[in-house]
Design a protein. Structure first.
Length: 339
């Protein structure tokens, strides 16, 4: 017995292992229920009483030695003993936070989605434009105040190059390149030379709609806008069209929706009128059709345009327009659950 213990002690002292699996195999070999050291303990029962003290001590020392050895082998490996299966280099080191969509993108997507159900396709145009696409082709007389330096950002060296002040320039681009029937929705960023405050910015976002076909009437326009309003703001919301003026539409109108804050009764938000203005619209002036190469005797059309920030404000009640472009994550994260 003593010899077996001594031999095993020497073996244990020299134990080595290449990885955690080998260490585990050693532990099983020596220390598990059926392990070699455990079986020595079983045999200990048969040791004569006068030897029990001495052998018992040696046996305990052997077991402690084996336990210490296994422990130190494990420690010496640390994490480097990971097998290929354990090692996944593609695993993120920290949990990745999922970002949120920007509120203006959420609103834009919702609007585009609503109009696509009415058959409107998406169209886009450049933000840096020329005078003809933004003004001239849209019937703006040369002296029209919208052309004034205060409203428009011109390129100093070449005043024919400017930042578009409205997405109506995309109308011009579509009409000059496509043949009717045309049914497009054009979202995009626009620029105006305004002092930046809580309710105005030098850039904002618009969505333009254009429909050109035979026999398009004001009734078609009204129906499309009513559908949009109810989808966007709810079944109860009402619309009101007021006569207005835009150089490129005749007749022109401005559309109000009933204030959903007070239900139309009148409150501070709607300036006690019960209505909030949301867009401009009208029947495309035949002159504009002709300038863009569309025969106004055969075709007619309607157009509308509105600000995305305005719609987002009605939905989310954001008090300061500047928050949309400051990229403060505390603001942006509030829209996380929206989609
Ligand atoms: N472009 C106009 C604006 O920026 C809006 C509009 C678009 C009006 C289409 C009528 C038709 O104010």
């Amino acid at each position: 017995m003593i010899e077996r213990i001594n031999n095993l002690t020497k073996v244990i002292e020299k134990l080595t292992a290449k990885n955690n699996e080998e260490i585990e195999a050693l532990r099983i070999k020596y220390l598990s229920k059926k392990g070699e050291i455990t079986s020595l303990f079983n045999d200990f029962r048969d040791v004569p009483n006068e030897q029990k003290k001495e052998i018992g001590q040696k046996l305990n020392q052997l077991r402690n030695l084996a336990q210490e050895k296994i422990k130190s082998l494990k420690e010496s490996f640390g994490n480097t003993s990971l097998t290929e299966q354990d090692l996944d280099l593609s695993r993120p080191c920290e949990p990745i936070e999922i970002g949120a969509r920007h509120p203006l993108s959420l609103i834009r997507n919702e609007i585009v989605d609503i109009f696509s159900r009415l058959g409107f396709a998406l169209a886009e145009g450049p933000e840096i434009e020329d005078d003809w696409h933004v003004f001239e082709a849209l019937n703006f007389p040369a002296e029209h105040p919208a052309r004034d330096m205060q409203d428009t950002f011109f390129i100093e060296k070449n005043p024919d190059v400017l930042l578009r002040t409205h997405t109506s320039s995309v109308q011009t681009r579509v009409m000059t390149t496509q043949k009717p029937p045309i049914r497009v929705i054009c979202p995009g960023r626009v620029y105006r030379n305004e002092a930046i405050s809580y309710r105005a910015h030098c850039f904002f976002h618009q969505i333009e709609g254009l429909y050109i076909d035979k026999n398009v009437s004001f009734a078609d326009l009204k129906q499309a806008l009513l559908y949009f309003t109810k989808e966007m703001f709810g079944e109860k919301t009402q619309i009101r069209l007021r006569p207005s003026y835009f150089p490129f539409t005749e007749p022109s109108a401005e559309m109000d929706i009933s204030c959903d804050l007070c239900g139309g009764k009148g409150c501070a938000f709607c300036k006690h009128t019960g209505w909030v203005e949301i867009m401009g619209c009208g029947i495309v002036d035949p002159n504009v059709l002709e300038m863009c190469g569309i025969d106004s005797k055969i075709y007619s059309g309607y157009a509308f345009g509105f600000g995305v920030e305005r719609i987002a404000n009605l939905k989310y009640r954001v008090k300061d327009l500047r928050m949309f472009s400051e990229n403060d994550v505390r603001f942006l994260q509030q829209f996380k659950s929206s989609h």
